[in-house]
Write a protein that binds this ligand. Structure first.
Ligand code: ADP
Length: 564
């Protein structure tokens, strides 16, 4: 038995065993050949035509069956030239020769299906030795899908690169580990004044002064350590190689890998130097304007004060020569009285009497003229003084019951009103906030004018009325006034003011020509205008000669709108 165990198998048994193993291996190979997704075919010398083709090869090349496939001329299964420009025939000979020489050859190839459609493929040519005969086995894989995906990937990569490259903002990407630059766009090169070759692979410490580099690194770390998802640095100074000191607005974010680990730091910086300079200049310009307004206001206030002083001094100084003139007039009057007593002397010769009488008459006439002139001058100076006092006195603002105030005004004028047999009506008036004494002056002047400039042809009817803010629209009256001011009107049926005088009557000493010698100084309306404007209001007149006038004025309706 022992002997049997060591006994080698008989040759017949060995052959049977080998044949069985061979059959099994052939079966495995056949299955692989038939089920493979890759096209598998054999080519044999010397024509190197395909001699077999698996079902995948038949389907790939769109042949009806294996017979049609193997009967095909090889040149029909490739386009005339390959992408490198070489003739497919010539190149395939070279590929085959290499595979035969080296045992195998792997390469990319453009094939052609029998319907003429071309497709990219990888080809593996393997030399097979059988019974001293060498042939080739080709494994062809259609890589159309892979090529398309690669192209799409390249295209989207090119797109992203084009955007990054052309965007007018500095874009950079740093490795999270050592903060070295791995991407830098054109705007970044221009801003920093270095070319990309210099920048890539470097970090901030290689490029900037130590203090500045330390600041950048600290900010990068803040983002990478997760302290801020997005770091916004609105104004970041930077010292660049060519442009010197610039001001940036920088945003930094952390880029993570699929596994969540920090991979890169992405930075986007905008050069805001020029914008900030422009903003500063505009601010400076605005200030200089404001400054000019302030200077002019101060200048105007000073000029006004000087003018007031001048008026005060002039009016005061003009008064003394007037007193002198009046004094000498009195002396002249006395001289006239002496002449009168001389004339009483009966012994006086007739000729002398006549001469003396004529001289006395002339002197008395001159004295009358001088006196009238002096009086006129005196009243003008009085007007000037009143006006100069107006500018200086501070406003005492209070809520005014205008009906009470107008009662006082009308009462004070009772004598003139009666003398003129005038009919004066005061309607219910809205209140305002103003200086009582000054507003009394305003209405006194206006009512006095109504009486003075009445039409002798008819009985004077004067009416004082008022409206609350928001009443109608009038010339020279803007919305602000309309909303915050009350309106008052002194209306009469007097002589009226001709259109050409309606603006000028507000000027100091202005009186229409025809009444040059009549009563009045031409100061009353100027005083009215000054007072109303000091309160922030406006005055205007509507009038028609022969019919009458309406003198309007606005005053602040409440405390907020009152101007000191
Ligand atoms: P004055 O009355 O002293 O002349 P005003 O400044 O008060 O000075 O008036 C200026 C001029 O305006 C007057 O001379 C007069 O011609 C005209 N005026 C003023 N009020 C009236 C009025 N109610 N009716 C007609 N004319 C007027």
């Amino acid at each position: 038995m022992k002997k049997d165990a060591n006994k080698s198998p008989s040759p017949a048994k060995l052959r049977r065993h080998t044949e069985k193993a061979l059959l099994a291996s052939e079966e495995r190979y056949r299955r692989l050949f038939e089920k493979s997704h890759d096209a598998i075919m054999t080519l044999e010398p010397p024509s190197w035509k395909f001699t077999t083709g698996n079902p995948a090869a038949i389907a790939m090349f769109k042949a009806k069956n294996e017979a049609e496939f193997v009967s095909c001329e090889p040149w029909k299964l490739s386009p005339e030239r390959q992408p490198d420009g070489r003739l497919s025939d010539e190149k395939s000979q070279a590929m085959i020769a290499k595979a035969m020489r080296e045992g195998s050859n792997f390469f990319e190839w453009i094939h052609k299906r029998l319907n003429g459609e071309e497709f990219p493929a990888t080809v593996l040519l393997s030399r097979v030795e059988q019974d001293k005969f060498s042939f080739l086995q080709a494994t062809v894989r259609d890589i159309t899908g892979q090529k398309r995906a690669e192209e799409a990937l390249l295209e989207s990569k090119a797109l992203v690169e084009a955007v990054v490259e052309n965007i007018p903002l500095m874009i950079f990407l740093k490795e999270a580990t050592d903060l070295r630059f791995v991407i830098f766009n054109r705007a970044g090169e221009e801003l920093l004044g270095y070319d990309r070759k210099t920048l890539l692979g470097k970090n901030d410490l290689d490029l900037f002064p130590p203090e500045q580099a330390a600041h950048f690194v600290a900010k990068d770390r803040e983002v990478l350590d997760g302290k801020a998802a997005l770091l916004d640095i609105p104004e970041e100074p930077i010292l660049t190689a060519k442009k010197g000191r610039r001001l940036l607005h920088t945003r930094k974010v952390c880029i993570r890998g699929a596994d969540g680990t920090t991979k890169y730091l992405l930075g986007i910086s905008e050069d805001i130097t020029e914008r900030k300079q422009a903003e500063a200049e505009i601010r400076k310009l605005n200030e200089t304007l404001e400054q000019r307004v302030h200077e002019r206001t101060t200048e105007l206030a000073r000029a006004n004060q000087e003018l007031e002083t001048l008026i005060r001094i002039a009016s005061h100084d003009l008064r003394s020569p007037l007193v002198n003139i009046q004094g000498f007039c009195q002396l002249l009057n006395k001289a006239c009285a002496s002449i009168t007593s001389l004339l009483a002397d009966v012994s006086l010769p007739d000729e002398a009497r006549q001469t003396l009488a004529a001289s006395r008459e002339k002197a008395e006439k001159s004295i009358r003229f001088i006196n009238a002139g002096v009086e006129k001058m005196n009243s003008l100076i009085g007007g000037l003084l009143r006006l100069s006092r107006l500018g200086r006195a501070p406003l005492v603002l209070q809520s005014l019951d205008m009906n009470v105030l107008l009662n006082t005004v009308v009462e004070a004028m009772t004598f003139q009103i009666r003398a003129a047999a005038a009919d004066v009506t005061v309607e219910t008036l809205p209140d305002c906030r103003a200086d009582a004494a000054l507003i009394n002056q305003v209405f006194s002047n206006l009512l006095d004018n109504a009486v003075k400039y009445r039409d002798p042809a008819r009985r004077l009817r004067a009416r004082i009325w008022g409206r609350h803010p928001g009443w109608g629209r009038r010339p020279g009256w803007d919305c602000r006034e309309k909303d915050a001011h009350t309106v008052y009107c002194v209306e009469d049926n007097g002589l009226g003011v001709a259109p050409e005088h309606q603006q000028k009557i507000w000027d100091l000493f202005y009186r229409p020509n025809h009444q040059e010698n009549g009563a009045g100084e031409g100061v009353g309306l100027t005083v009215v205008q000054q007072i109303v404007e000091r309160h922030g209001g406006k005055v205007w007149v509507e009038s028609e000669v022969g019919k009458g006038s309406r003198f309007f004025l606005t005053l602040p309706a409440d405390e907020k709108e009152a101007k000191p």
